[in-house]
Structure formats: structure tokens, C-alpha cells
Design a protein around this ligand. Structure first.
Ligand SMILES: CC(C)(COP(=O)(O)OP(=O)(O)OC[C@H]1O[C@@H](n2cnc3c(N)ncnc32)[C@H](O)[C@@H]1OP(=O)(O)O)[C@@H](O)C(=O)NCCC(=O)NCCS
Length: 158
């Protein structure tokens, strides 16, 4: 077994399963304030369908601790994108997000840069995410907009 697989097993980082959806959405409900547009009930229903479609294409990762889902990550192999990332506030700064990103990289084309969009500089909600991506070696990219909100791309260069 490769070292990364052993580590993932010990930390309970794995691909999501359809049977996870209930617990998965409990976590999303806790973190939704960090994601503009997720507050509305219909947006949560839409996100649930999105999670299920990512699970079905093996592009959804979760972290389990204390028998709970405490972290989730969605990614696109085709678009080389990290699409969604959140860790339960009670479990942050334990390298859970870092482990999920490392696991995601094992599914990605090693030749392709990986892009994520997050808050622009100066927004309090973006401090953790921007520091996190920089710590992992992502660099600041284009300023763009997403769902009508100003965001910035971060790029993991290969
Ligand atoms: C961003 C987020 C996913 C990070 O999850 P996490 O599991 O706490 O991150 P990790 O423990 O793996 O962090 C790894 C490193 O990133 C940096 N980092 C993470 N959070 C940080 C923060 N709040 N402030 C400064 N640096 C931070 C640190 O260097 C950290 O290593 P250290 O703890 O040894 O110093 C989490 O804070 C979160 O879910 N935030 C709300 C949702 C969000 O912003 N998602 C991303 C939107 S695109």
C-alpha cells in the first residue's frame, strides 16, 4: 500500500457514497454561511443533487471523525478544478482539508494545473481559505465573478 493510502485510511479520508448524503448535508447546513448563495432552502436542495452527481462520478471526498462527516470536497477531473471545500468549524486546523486535497490530487491528471475560486483579498470570510490555498502551494490568479460575487482564482501549477 502506498504511504498516502495508509494515511488516508488512518484518517478516514475516502470517496463519498450515496448513503452518506444525509450526514453530508448536516455538515453543509453547518457551513452554508461561508458560501454565498447556499442559504436558501432551494439552493441546499440543488447542492444535494450536485453532491449526489459528484458522488456518482467518484469526484466527492469526505473526512470522517467521531462517526461524523467533518469535511467535504468536490472536484472535477475533466475541468481540473477543485469545486467545493469545507471543514466543520470544530475540526479545523487539524490538516483535514490538506489531507482531502492530497487525496484529490491522486485522481487528477499530473500534467494539468488545478484551479479553485475563492474570496478576493480583504474579505474576512476568505482569510482561512486564501491562507490555506497559499499554504498548499496554490498561487493567486485571475479576478473573476461567481454567482454575481467577486472572486479570485487560485492555481496549483504543475
Ligand atoms: C478553508 C478550510 C477548508 C481549511 O480547512 P482546515 O482543515 O482547517 O485546514 P488545514 O488544517 O488543512 O490547514 C492547513 C494549513 O492551511 C493554513 N490555514 C488554514 N486555515 C487557516 C486560517 N484560518 N488562518 C491562517 N492559516 C490557515 C495553515 O497554514 C494550516 O496549517 P497549520 O494549521 O499547521 O498552520 C476551512 O477553514 C473551512 O472550511 N472554511 C470555511 C469554508 C471555506 O472557506 N471553504 C473554501 C472556500 S473555496
Amino acid at each position: 500500500m502506498r504511504d498516502i493510502d495508509k494515511e488516508m485510511k488512518a484518517k478516514e479520508i475516502r470517496l463519498g457514497r450515496e448513503s452518506d448524503i444525509h450526514d453530508w448535508m448536516i455538515l453543509i447546513d453547518k457551513v452554508k454561511a461561508s458560501f454565498p448563495g447556499l442559504e436558501a432552502e432551494e439552493a441546499m436542495e440543488e447542492h444535494k443533487d450536485t453532491v449526489l452527481s459528484f458522488i456518482r462520478k467518484q469526484s466527492a471526498i469526505c473526512a470522517i471523525k467521531d462517526n461524523k462527516i467533518v469535511g467535504t470536497l468536490l472536484f472535477s477531473k475533466e475541468n481540473h478544478m477543485l469545486c467545493f471545500l469545507a471543514v466543520d468549524a470544530e475540526y479545523r486546523r487539524q490538516h483535514i482539508a490538506e489531507k482531502m486535497v492530497s487525496y484529490m490530487l491522486t485522481f487528477m491528471d499530473p500534467e494539468e494545473d488545478i484551479v479553485v475560486t475563492t474570496y478576493r483579498e480583504g474579505v474576512p470570510e476568505g482569510i482561512a481559505a486564501r491562507a490555506f490555498y497559499k499554504c498548499l502551494g496554490f498561487t493567486e490568479g485571475k479576478l473573476t465573478e461567481e454567482f454575481g460575487s467577486p472572486v479570485q482564482e487560485f492555481v496549483f501549477k504543475r
